[in-house]
Design a protein around this ligand. Sequence first.
Ligand code: DAT
Ligand code: MG
Length: 140
Amino acid sequence: PAVSRTLVLVKPDGVRRGLSGEILRRIEAKGYTFAAVQLVHPTRELLAEHYAEHEGKPFFEPLVEFMLSGPVLAVVAEGHGVIPGFRSLAGATDPTAAAPGTVRGDLGRGWGLKVTQNLVHGSDSEESAAREIALWFPAL
Ligand code: DAT
Ligand code: MG
């Protein structure tokens, strides 16, 4: 696969639990590099844009509230096939279902009891990645 970029977010539960380093370590260990890393206090407007595809779903408001509960580590990761590659590192959306060896499977159930609190976000396509990187890193 071509070299591409993806947007990774270490969500507030990951930052709060001190797992940012462990998550970045796994990304680097797989061979990806970082094009940008920044601690962000997102606004409600930014999150509404970021999660626009989920607007109107029952978990949308709780998701935005959770994402406002503390700082988020925003990362642009780069490498061959990094978009599906990071999704594979992250594991299934629900930490209960996520396989061992994945971020959500190994670390995802320490604090949050909700699917919403699943430690990380990763872009799901080239289009999403371009849109999300422009949102979180307008200067990049
Ligand atoms: P992913 O983050 O794996 O791409 P998604 O895009 O379907 O998952 O959903 C975005 C986030 O919304 C997800 O990381 C956690 C939350 N979420 C998804 N489905 C949910 C549900 N059924 N209940 C509560 N939160 C949910
Ligand atoms: Mg998604």
